[in-house]
Design a protein around this ligand. Structure first.
Ligand SMILES: Nc1ncnc2c1ncn2[C@@H]1O[C@H](COP(=O)(O)OP(=O)(O)OP(=O)(O)O)[C@@H](O)[C@H]1O
Length: 495
């Protein structure tokens, strides 16, 4: 270990690797406890000359699991450092997408950071005491005390405490996050929180939607992707401007235009978990706050059909009678006016959920509202800053159709495209209806038949609208005639 002089670094490192190889072979022959004893004896006898510092990270400290241990294990097992080692163990937990490699008992590796080399050793001791390890208690196997020991020259003490350990632990956390199996959570009713030991129920999240399969105007799509990219890289920026690292999206548009599909595409693009928040099962503001606190970073909190979830707008309208309400709302004082706010879910509770002081308790979070009726929503709920980007998911136009045709039929062009373009430009056709018609019903290879089905379906819908429109006009005319007659009758009676 020492500074890496660039000219001799390669030589030093290969020499070290050679020594490490011989040492790792020898150490398999020496029991772990003997090695630890020798290390301690050496540092006691020659403490004055012994220039190295040892720091031990136990898996459990006073019976409590040490999170740093997992982060170190993940960091050391990651390809760049862990693969140097000869003896590794492979773990795949329910929570991770792929295998995680760990150093096996007694294995050592050298990690390089800013030109300095650090030695890590994985240790395992058998202990008689049954009280300190959760694993032992649960499985009844002999207790083990796992730890990692970091060894470095004492001149790097400052570097280790100020930057290196942070680099290792944050690096480990980052790898864990990227490797984790993503989840789709839904909130439990508060009566179940105690019995199930958690506020959110979850399943593993597997949805195939991506931005490539999402049918919408390509320019609009690119704008959303760029916004997400900027958000993902924006940690330093958000810190600089003093804002919590979160972003709100409002997805609005008619049913079947792809709002839920867009959420899945965003989650896949960002590699985030989804918290699908069912507001109707939240009893009051305090419950909403507790649910928020129990969410993890790198996640999307979704409230679908916000206009139907709860009568937020009605409550707000009642209060519009009060002149100063808007200011009070903005300054978070609304609870003072609303006597019920502690026992009910109110608009102010939801506003606080989005951008109150508690909303900053997690990092890197996206909040998405969806609605079919944007005009029904309270302006305070969707103002910029709360819902930063308003995305309209609209009817299927030709560009969006081409994406669906590519997905469903694997074709880029066809002589019927001209007719389809005309029909789509002149009519409001939902992407879900286009998708349904492009799905081969009998012969999977018959793309042309699917296009014909689509043309037929749009024409049929057009005809139906025309007839309904005619009926509507006829009914309107009859109504007018009837009204004018009755008005005439009434005025005649009066006379
Ligand atoms: N823009 C789109 N791109 C790709 N597929 C779409 C799109 N819109 C709709 N679909 C297809 O239609 C189905 C329904 O779409 P989705 O549930 O995303 O619509 P929605 O706008 O969320 O509807 P609702 O408002 O009723 O919840 C999806 O499973 C998908 O196959």
């Amino acid at each position: 270990m020492g500074d890496g002089d660039s000219s001799t670094f390669g030589e030093q490192f290969s020499r070290l690797a050679g020594i490490m190889f011989i040492w790792s072979t020898i150490q398999q022959l020496i029991p772990q406890s003997v090695r630890l004893f020798l290390d301690k004896l050496w540092s006691k006898l020659f403490g004055f000359y012994y220039p190295y510092v040892h720091i031990t990270f136990h898996e459990y400290t006073k019976g409590i699991y040490n999170d740093a241990y997992t982060s170190i294990a993940t960091y050391l097992g990651s390809t760049h450092s862990g693969m140097q080692s000869t003896y590794l163990t492979g773990d795949k937990s329910e929570d991770s997408k792929s295998l995680i490699l760990n150093l096996d008992e007694g294995q050592e590796i050298i990690d390089e950071f800013n030109g300095v080399h650090f030695l890590w050793r994985a240790c395992k001791e058998k202990v008689e005491d049954n009280s300190s390890s959760r694993r032992g208690i649960m499985s009844g196997i002999p207790q083990e005390k796992n730890s990692y020991v970091l060894v470095f020259h004492k001149k790097y003490r400052d570097m280790v405490t100020k930057t290196y350990l942070d680099h290792v632990i944050q690096g480990g956390k980052e790898i864990e996050l990227n490797n984790r199996q993503r989840k789709l959570y839904t909130n439990r009713s508060s009566e179940d929180w105690f019995w199930f030991g958690g506020k959110w129920n979850y399943i593993n999240f597997h949805h195939p939607a991506t931005f490539d399969t999402l049918a919408m105007d390509p320019l609009k799509k690119q704008e959303i992707i760029s916004d997400l990219d900027a958000f993902k890289k924006g940690k330093a920026y958000y810190t600089k401007i003093g804002k919590a690292w979160k972003r709100g999206y409002l997805l609005h548009g008619p049913p079947g235009t792809g709002k839920s599909t867009m959420i899945a595409a965003i989650a896949n693009y960002m590699e985030y978990d989804i918290y699908d928040l069912e507001l109707t099962s939240v009893i009051n503001n305090s419950e909403l706050k507790q649910l928020l606190i129990d969410t993890r970073s790198k996640s999307i909190i979704v409230i679908e059909d916000i206009d139907c979830s709860i009568d937020l707008t009605g409550k707000r309208k009642k209060k519009e009678a009060s002149k100063s309400e808007e200011e009070e709302m903005e300054s978070g004082q609304e609870d003072k006016i609303d006597k019920d706010s502690k026992s009910k879910l109110t608009l102010s509770g939801v506003l606080n959920f989005i951008d109150g002081i508690w909303s900053a308790c997690g990092q890197e979070r996206i909040i998405i509202f969806t609605t079919n009726h944007v005009d029904k929503l309270d302006p305070a709920l969707i103002r910029r800053g709360r819902m930063d980007m308003h995305i309209e998911m609209s009817y299927c136009k030709f560009e969006a159709f081409k994406i669906l045709a590519k997905n469903y039929l694997d074709i880029d062009s066809h002589p019927l495209y001209g007719d389809i373009r005309q029909l789509l430009e002149g009519n409001d056709v939902r992407p879900c209806d286009v998708a349904e018609n492009l799905m081969p019903k009998t012969n999977p290879g018959d793309g042309e038949q699917c296009l014909r089905n689509l043309i037929q379906a749009i024409n049929a819908a057009k005809e139906e609208t025309r007839v309904r429109g005619k009926r509507g006009t006829l009914a309107k005319r009859l109504k007018e005639t009837f009204l004018s007659k009755s008005t005439f009758k009434k005025s005649a009676t009066k006379v």
